[in-house]
Design a protein around this ligand. Structure first.
Ligand SMILES: [Zn+2]
Length: 310
């Protein structure tokens, strides 16, 4: 009989919860909006409701071992079980693992095993388990959207790092003389490659198109020279960050997802072209950048995390 985990994916706009079988089948799912509130418990309440709904439903398999994988926007402290998502202001050191445990104990009578990982790590786990990198043992997953997140699976195991924040590719410096980043460092990848940075650079160059990176990539596809130029420069920065990560970890498969990456060839083309300039050592010369294939990699990655708990 197949096993089951509870997967929870906490983001800035929504919290997705699902019961997932060990073949990746989503057996039940519910989604709650992320509440804007200064009260940390008010933000958690909809997630607690979602958990109670799933374990009260027909898909829940009661009686066995109860494992839970939680993926959250970061930063996180995995060993402590706490999260401080940049985009959820009420949660600073919020003990999400403990809260999930309390809700499950009250609603099922069973004490669960709860694992916590960052959303970039869960993205990597999901694409490795069921997505674009399911044929390899070692890979890096990258999310290019309003930020740049990442995670690595090495020899079929998540490389979490000491606090659960390893492979924070957005805040690797690719320009030691660059401007100061919000994180305090200089010339971080994210400052050049994230969606809002591409848009800001385009505005500075006189682009008057739509409001966001989606509009910018659409203009690039139509051949707009400013849009093409700023994407080219942004992808050069990302290529430097990817090559640096590949060189450090000796990884040759990267999976790129996220809202900006969905634009397709207009992003992947310049990225691959610039990689040839940075990934130059023999062992990274065959570096592959694959487009993500899953719509819910974060949630499935949280499930993979749950199944990895002993
Ligand atoms: Zn930074």
């Amino acid at each position: 009989m197949s096993e089951q985990v509870l997967a929870i994916d906490i983001g800035g706009t929504k919290i997705a919860l699902a019961l997932v079988a060990d073949d990746g089948t989503v057996q039940a799912e519910t989604v709650r909006p992320t509440v804007r509130s200064p009260d940390p418990e008010a933000v958690f309440a909809p997630a607690a409701d979602g958990i109670r709904e799933l374990v009260a439903g027909p898909a829940f398999r009661a009686g066995g071992r109860l494992r839970v994988g939680v993926g959250s926007a970061g930063p996180i402290d995995a060993p402590a079980g706490t999260v401080s998502p940049v985009n959820i202001a009420a949660w600073r050191g919020f003990p999400v693992a403990e809260r999930v445990t309390t809700v499950l104990e009250a609603s099922t009578g069973t004490t669960p095993t709860v694992g916590l990982a960052g959303d970039g790590h869960c993205f990597a786990l999901g694409e490795h388990w069921l997505g674009a990198a399911r044929d390899v043992d070692t890979m890096v997953g990258l999310v290019l959207s309003t930020g740049v997140g990442g995670g690595a699976v090495l020899d079929n195991k998540l490389f979490a790092g000491r606090t659960g924040n390893a492979v924070h590719l957005g805040h690797i410096s690719v320009n030691a003389w660059g401007p100061r980043c919000v994180c305090g460092c200089h010339g971080c990848t994210e400052m050049y490659a994230r969606g809002p940075a591409l848009v800001a650079a385009a505005r500075e160059s006189g682009w008057t198109g739509g409001a966001d990176a989606q509009a910018l990539t659409a203009d690039a596809r139509a051949g707009h020279p400013i849009a093409l130029d700023v994407i080219d420069r942004g992808m050069r920065a990302l290529a430097a960050g990817i090559a640096s990560t590949a060189t450090q970890l000796d990884v040759s498969v990267f999976v790129l997802g996220g809202g900006v990456a969905k634009a397709g060839e207009v992003i992947f083309g310049p990225l691959r072209r610039h990689l040839a300039d940075f990934a130059v050592l023999d062992y990274v010369a065959d570096l592959e950048i694959r487009p993500a294939v899953l719509e819910n990699a974060g949630l499935l990655g949280a499930a993979a995390l749950g199944f990895s708990l002993t």
